[in-house]
Design a protein around this ligand. Structure first.
Ligand code: IMP
Length: 154
């Protein structure tokens, strides 16, 4: 990624809340001397393990943070792809110079919207994961590693 942004100052757009720990670790490994960091927030699962459908932007970005800028969208996990699709649709309307997508975890089995990921950490199975920023109803986010949440019996 450093090579890709040698000639352009990147703007890292963290998608809250799940992506904040990954973003913090990622920027600390970057070698580029200048980068910007911005944050977007979308409506969440609201305590459920399955997506409620169509996420909405609840905290957006000012136009000048996006227009003609080279964006790297940083997400914790792509599951159905609906959150990513809503994020990219919102950002594209603000006319960035480029957008790339960087995700820590790709869970392709549940995909509903085809999603092209430029930088991916790990491909994961269809299990509910917690820790390292990922939560269930605001729990487990602070765990230092990533864990599979055991399904309740029954
Ligand atoms: P999507 O819209 O279905 O792709 O879901 C994206 C969002 O759902 C992520 O940014 C997470 O906040 C949440 N999510 C999806 N799968 C998991 C998981 O296994 N654990 C915790 N959160 C998840």
């Amino acid at each position: 990624m450093d090579r890709d942004y040698a000639a352009h100052t990147p703007v890292f757009v963290g998608v809250l809340k799940g992506g904040f720990i990954f973003l913090a670790d990622l920027v600390r490994r970057m070698q580029v001397s200048v980068l910007s960091v911005e944050f977007l927030r979308l409506s969440s699962y609201g305590g459920n393990k399955t997506s409620s459908g169509f996420p909405k932007i609840v905290v957006g970005l000012p136009d000048d943070a996006v227009e003609n800028r080279h964006l790297v969208v940083v997400e914790d996990i792509v599951d159905t792809g609906l959150t990513t699709a809503a994020t990219l649709r919102y950002l594209r309307e603000k006319k960035p110079a480029s957008i790339k997508l960087c995700v820590l975890l790709d869970k392709p089995e549940r995909r509903r919207v085809p999603t092209l990921i430029d930088y991916v950490g790990f491909t994961v199975p269809d299990r509910f994961l917690v820790g390292y920023g990922l939560d269930l109803d605001q729990r487990y986010r602070q765990l230092p590693g990533i864990y599979i949440l055991n399904q309740e019996p029954g």
